[in-house]
Design a protein around this ligand. Structure first.
Ligand code: GUN
Length: 300
């Protein structure tokens, strides 16, 4: 058997075009233009690439993009002042502080200083609590993207066995909450899980988010299961020439694709969904801030 490939690039483009249509209507019917502010502290090259890409796609869907680029040695007080100013700016509906922050800054403190209604990352402790209690919240972008692709592929997830491999605050834990919200039977597995292969073998849905290249082999996968690979790992690729690297996920794609019913590739699977869901969250935040219903199909 060969798995159906879930094309995240195409899916993300579709999400962005739905967001763009909503933005046109918000502007025409209510005179509202969603505004997304991204705060970048320092010059981490990977973060600079992310931020540039976010800004470009934000403008492409018709939203206002505001970037605050701060020196690497910006004090916590100064950073909190920037966040406070954005919290109080009615033209800003979403705020994202790019992580990781330089070591001298307390990430939890900074994230929890963002107004929860503008926390489009869904990292604020209030949003974590709302999600955990099944209440309306801002949902972290990567797990939201995974959920959208799973719903699209499977229809109802109710009653399915789901295993999330990885327990991070950004992906593993919120992913498990979302799957539980869709009535899956959910297991969170991690590096200390006993009999990990057998745990994964029980799953109809496997979400791999451990950050270990090609850790999940095909013989851990139940035939026909849906495999969602969140990992983005850069590894040496001597077969492509000296010093060359390639991107691989947390699952061994070649062997898993032989067994799974469907699988997300790396690159081109979950990756493009993260920014698409950031834009969807910014739209949701804008609607809620203006007493309008959240856009259907673009929220959890
Ligand atoms: N750094 C890498 N990914 C992300 C993300 O999704 N949100 C934030 N705030 N920082 C990141």
């Amino acid at each position: 058997m060969s798995a159906q490939i879930i094309d995240g690039k195409e899916f993300a483009a579709n999400v962005r075009s739905q967001v763009a249509e909503h933005v046109v209507r918000l502007k025409a019917d209510h005179g509202i233009i969603p505004g997304l502010a991204v705060v970048l502290v320092g010059e981490d090259p990977a973060s600079q690439v992310y931020v540039r890409s976010k800004g470009k796609l934000t403008v492409e869907v018709g939203m206002n993009s505001i970037e605050h680029k701060l020196d690497v040695d910006t004090s916590e007080t100064d950073l909190l002042a920037v966040v406070d100013q954005l919290n109080n700016d009615p033209a800003i509906h979403g705020i994202l502080v790019q992580l990781p922050l330089p070591k001298h800054l307390n990430e939890d403190l900074v994230i929890n200083s963002i107004a929860p209604a503008k926390d489009v990352d869904g990292f604020h402790i209030s949003n974590v609590g709302l999600l955990g209690t099944g209440q309306s919240s801002m949902v972290p972008c990567t797990p939201l993207g995974c959920l959208m692709m799973l719903r699209d592929h499977l229809g109802s997830l109710s009653g399915l066995d789901a295993v999330v491999v990885g327990r991070s605050n950004i992906v593993g834990k919120p992913m498990a909450q979302l799957l539980l919200g869709d009535s899956c039977t959910v297991t969170i597995a991690h590096s200390r899980t006993k009999d990990l292969p057998d745990v994964v073998r029980r799953a109809d849905i496997v979400v791999a988010a451990v950050g270990r290249p090609e850790m999940v082999p095909g013989d851990w996968i139940k035939p026909g299961a849906v495999v969602v690979d969140v990992g983005i790992n850069r590894i040496a690729a001597p077969e492509r020439g000296e010093g060359k690297v390639k991107l691989v996920g947390d699952v061994d794609y070649a062997s898993c694709a032989q067994v799974a019913g469907a699988i997300t590739p790396v690159p081109g699977g979950v990756g493009p969904m993260t920014i698409a869901c950031l834009l969807a969250n910014t739209l949701t935040a804008t609607c809620r801030a203006n007493g309008l219903p959240a856009p259907e199909g673009l929220t959890a």
